[in-house]
Design a protein around this ligand. Sequence first.
Ligand SMILES: [Zn+2]
Ligand SMILES: [Zn+2]
Length: 395
Amino acid sequence: MPETTSSRPSSLRRAAAAFVQWFDSDHAPGGEEKIRAEPDRVDWFRCIPFIILHAGCLGVFWAGWSPFAVWSAVALYFLRMFAVTGIYHRYFSHKTYHTTRFGQFLLALWGATTVQRGALWWAYHHRHHHQHSDEPEDAHSPHVHGFWWSHIGWITSRRNFPTDYTKIRDLAKFPELVWLNRFDTLIPFLFAVGLFALGWVLEIYAPGLHTTRWQMLFWAFFVSTTVLFHGTACINSMAHLMGRRRFKTSDDSRNSWILAFITLGEGWHNNHHRYMSATRQGFYWWEIDPTYYGLKLLSYTGLISDLKPVPQSIMEEAARADLTASIAAAERAAILHPEFSSFKKVVPAAAALAVAAVNTGQVLTPRRAQGPAIHKNIAELVEQPTNPTAPPPKA
Ligand SMILES: [Zn+2]
Ligand SMILES: [Zn+2]
């Protein structure tokens, strides 16, 4: 229900609340339910840190670059993409493997460095997406809200900031996770400071790298984190628009190897929407899923265990779907390309010729059998008495 004009807080009060929420994301004057019930609208003041994240990328023009700073940005992109996909998505959202309570806390810390808010906020919204995929309630469906809203708009909407802890009770029962979720800017801030400090240490102790503290801040934190956000957001926007659909799910999720490359395996989104409880999203060896390989490696350390496989019934359904799709594709090709129509006439003709050739061979076989004994049925040779009038076999 939209608020009435009289109950709407003043802009100043809203800005003050947003300022507190930069540090305490559970701060919700008037109640979270009320905020969630509001219509979608961008909360510009609340989004200032997010805008700074993007604007900070421009700092590279002032700080310059060095190979170490740029490679750090690339490495941190993939290390933290793994945290988004392997931790926030495949553990906190779907519990596709097991870990201890301490292991879970370590994973949540790793996930927090991605600057994609707390693990519980992420899991709550993602579970909601699975429940209402491509329906009006879906916060980020490109079919309902358009491309840009599904990519970036929804995350700036005031109603999407609070975490509904009642919908993720399995996670909300751990106070340490709730704490990390509530103060979700703390770890990103410490992470940025840590990278800045690393750059400073390199300036002093490894001047040969020509890497400065500002380069580490702008490349390894701002650029890497911003690109990481957009790489992740491609799943919300592009993975429901681009690629092929193996399973006829009720949503429009798709499989795309390009998105799988960008997101370390999340591009097999149609597979995932069909069966979200499996640790792997690439169902076949050729569906490259680096997050799964990473989790498999992590399981050898003992930090995680019980990775859930794709059930046999789903694999059989996949095989049937692939077969149906290839038959449909062949039929479409025959209609679209007339040359395939003449090819259809050639194929039966070639088959008839092949059958005739085989039959001819069989007809010829008895004649050859009159030759060497090896062509004859040995049983016949043993049981049938030799006819003395028959001509002697040819050599
Ligand atoms: Zn989806
Ligand atoms: Zn999911």
